[in-house]
Design a protein around this ligand. Structure first.
Ligand code: ATP
Ligand code: MG
Ligand code: MG
Length: 421
């Protein structure tokens, strides 16, 4: 997609707008590539994440909407307690490439996403105290977006929640990049393929010194340490499984922010009827019954379950409608122990899936009710005393009726979040 209308070709070491030196690739998505850059000017933060959008008109228009939304969150109320849980924009400008004109947005630099953490856990989930801390911060961020900015995020999921990292860590990443340049060596592929947060060391537990000693022994000669380190890195690039760095990411002081306002919209101005990533999609969205802030709360509930167990709360089979929707509705029915009849009667799609409050063409006998509390106990071997309050919390977030669902502010007051073990 590095062609006309697509991504901007960017090389490590490029200086963009005469101000931002590109250090590494941080990520990419449908709309953009995101780069870790050093700000060569004194103004603003030393390091930023630079999101460079595809150039085609459609992408430029979406980028303009994202900028408006980011501008709103940046300026409305910096003193709100949720403000610091939204990734903030620093600057915005345009860049010219062979592929056209690209909108660029510099943002405060963040670390890996919660998806990285889940991968790191081998999809077993993280400690419940960590889940509480993370969900609390997500909800704070949402009170700011919802109550103050009147913005619906519409894409709350682990990938879009980013973890704050220490500036020294960023500096060490940049230091490594610069070493390659100094020694005139080729950059490892991961530096340009967005594997910034991937650690290839876990399988190779020996210290660098130990490995160098073995290496020298084999060759019967000494070897310059610097050069060796670089070779070692590229050896690891080639030979081990991608893994995330140390559990420091889930440290007691974990701080997160909500990122990617690229799909967000205004309470009174939606851009699309179909929102959210499938597994995190709220019931009212599936039913075509309209949506607002509660849709983000549903996704937050799904995410809380996933962080705690490592597995998705709802993972419907297939992605083609109507079969994916039907499967999704069955899963919701089984997990919540049914869907109230009045909910099945409003929405553009309800006739397609429901008749007289029952799922169409699905015999009652083929549905197996398995409520969250029991799933936690039976499948994830939780103690019942721990499962009860957590399941209660989740059920107030994945409440079928958006009008009865907890708001972010209510969820923040909930017993489960406030409780300490
Ligand atoms: P999508 O397909 O998700 O809409 P997109 O093109 O809109 O993608 P983003 O989701 O904003 O792009 O960013 C892509 C990736 O870049 C993120 O998943 C994340 O890994 C990384 N990223 C984005 N913003 C930052 C940031 N501020 N700091 C660090 N990494 C970031
Ligand atoms: Mg994204
Ligand atoms: Mg986006």
């Amino acid at each position: 997609e590095y062609d006309a209308g697509g991504y901007m070709p960017v090389n490590i070491g490029d200086v963009l707008k005469g101000q931002y030196k590109v250090c590494r690739k941080l990520g990419w998505g449908h709309f953009s590539t995101v780069w870790l850059c050093k700000n060569l000017f004194e103004d603003g933060p030393m390091y930023v994440a630079l999101k460079i959008c595809k150039s085609a008109h459609m992408f430029a228009a979406v980028a303009q909407d994202e900028i408006k939304l980011l501008q709103e969150t940046k300026t409305t109320d910096p003193n709100h307690p949720g403000y610091k849980h939204i990734v903030q924009m620093v600057d915005t400008f345009r860049l010219l490439s062979v592929n056209g004109i690209h909108t660029a947005i510099s943002m405060e630099i963040m670390g890996p996403s919660l998806l990285h953490i889940l991968i790191q856990s081998d999809f077993r989930g993280i400690h419940i105290d960590g889940v509480k801390k993370i969900i609390q911060q997500v909800l704070k961020g949402l009170t700011y977006l919802h109550d103050v900015c009147k913005i619906i995020h519409t894409d709350i999921k682990p990938e879009n929640i980013l973890i704050k990292v220490d500036q020294n860590y960023i500096r060490s990443i940049i230091g490594k990049t610069e070493r390659f340049t100094e020694l005139g060596l080729e950059m490892p592929r991961s530096y340009v393929t967005a594997d910034c947060w991937v650690d290839r060391d876990r399988e190779l537990k020996d210290s660098d010194e130990d490995i160098l000693a073995k290496f020298e022994e084999q060759r019967g000669q000494s070897y310059p340490y610097d050069k060796f380190l670089i070779e070692l890195t590229s050896f690891r690039e080639r030979h081990s499984e991608p893994r995330l760095t140390s559990p420091m990411w889930v440290s007691p002081n974990i701080e997160i922010k909500i990122a990617d306002l690229g799909n967000a919209c205004w309470e009174d101005h939606h851009f699309s009827n179909e929102i959210q990533t499938r597994q995190y999609r709220a019931l009212e969205v599936i039913l075509g019954a309209g949506y607002s802030f509660p849709a983000d709360i549903w996704s937050t509930g799904c995410m809380a379950f996933e962080l705690a167990t490592g597995e998705m709360l709802f993972s419907p089979k297939g992605d083609k409608d109507p079969s994916a929707n039907l499967d999704h509705l069955c899963l919701i029915w089984e997990t919540l122990g049914g869907i109230p009849q009045y909910i099945t009667e409003t929405g553009a799609n309800v006739r397609q899936y429901f008749h007289n409050g029952r799922l169409k063409n699905i015999p009652e006998s083929s549905l197996r009710v398995w409520k969250i509390e029991d799933v936690l106990v039976d499948k994830y071997k939780w103690k019942r005393v721990d499962a009860i309050p957590f399941a209660g919390f989740l059920e107030s977030l994945v409440e079928p009726d958006p009008a009865l669902r907890f708001t972010a502010a209510m969820a923040l007051q909930s017993e489960w979040l406030m409780s300490k073990d």
